[in-house]
Design a binder for this molecule. Structure first.
Ligand SMILES: [Zn+2]
Length: 284
């Protein structure tokens, strides 16, 4: 309950219609038709499985596609992306949310951190695009969650759990780069919650989740706009219908498949670094 009395014009204030914070028609368009044509005659060059409650890393050359697939049973994945040659350029969940919305699907981009701010990957197919936003305000593939992590779990539950997505991503990145876990932990960042079904409840705005509608055979497909290093965790929450940060949920593997197109999409070139010339707080 509010502690302070509403002003006389409270309803008038509430009745003001909002405007888009970032008008979508000002975004550089993604030519999905050209990406789709580029899939014709592509070849699968690598596939890997991510075991439940673990993470795995993989690289995707620019101009290639990759899919994250549901296999065996419903499972949520937590995805981190970095520019393959520069860990400081990494997926920027918050700006992606501001630009595209709370959940992403075909045609949306995964944007990189400042000062780079360029598309790292474009979503070119999503078999769960039928879900939309349900009556609870929940959708699939969110950029509103962060990743389950042992610090929050310790704070809230008072116990330690070592297979949170954060921990899985740290271990996988450490192994990939041959660096200590302490050295790589700061590079693990807020994720794309692949297949996860989440929202903000309409009454209090709290972050809520429900069982993912994903089924074996479902996938989300990306086009790598730059050379990517990726890490994917198969969340200990399984379909995230009840709880995470424990061994209680039924968990399944995830599969990643990487495809090389026969030719680059028509008109495509690697996104250039952001054109803002001020840098580091402005030119002044
Ligand atoms: Zn998780």
């Amino acid at each position: 309950m509010a502690e302070h009395a509403a002003p006389g014009d409270a309803e008038a204030k509430r009745a003001v219609a909002p405007v888009p914070a970032y008008p979508p028609d000002t975004l550089p368009p993604a030519d999905i038709a050209a990406y789709r044509v580029a899939r014709i005659g592509w070849s699968s060059v690598e596939s890997l499985r991510v075991a439940p409650r673990t993470a795995a890393t993989f690289t995707v050359p620019k101009g290639h596609f990759f899919r994250i697939l549901s296999v065996e049973g419903p499972q949520v994945g937590d995805l981190n992306l970095w520019a393959a040659d520069d860990l400081t350029e990494r997926f920027y969940s918050g700006k992606t949310r501001a630009l595209h919305g709370t959940h992403v699907s075909t045609g949306d981009r995964l944007w990189s951190s400042l000062p780079h701010l360029r598309p790292m990957a474009t979503i070119t197919d999503d078999t769960l695009d039928w879900y939309g936003i349900d009556g609870f305000g929940c959708g699939v593939h969110d950029v509103i969650g962060t990743r389950c992590d042992p610090y929050t779990h310790r704070m809230l539950a008072g116990v330690d759990y070592d297979n949170c997505c954060h921990s899985n991503l740290v271990r996988a990145l450490s192994k990939r780069l041959g660096l200590t876990r302490a050295a790589v932990e700061p590079h693990v960042h807020d994720v794309l919650n692949v297949f996860m079904c989440t929202g903000f409840d309409r009454s209090g705005g709290r972050y809520v989740m429900k069982a993912s509608p994903v089924r074996p055979g479902d996938f989300i497909e990306f086009f790598a706009e730059m050379d990517l290093l990726a890490a994917l965790s198969a969340c200990p929450g399984g379909d995230c219908g009840s709880e995470h940060s424990s061994d209680a949920a039924s968990c399944h593997p995830l599969e990643v498949e990487i495809f090389r197109p026969a030719a680059a999409p028509s008109g495509w070139s690697e996104p250039v670094p952001n054109a803002y010339v001020g840098g580091r707080g402005g030119a002044a």
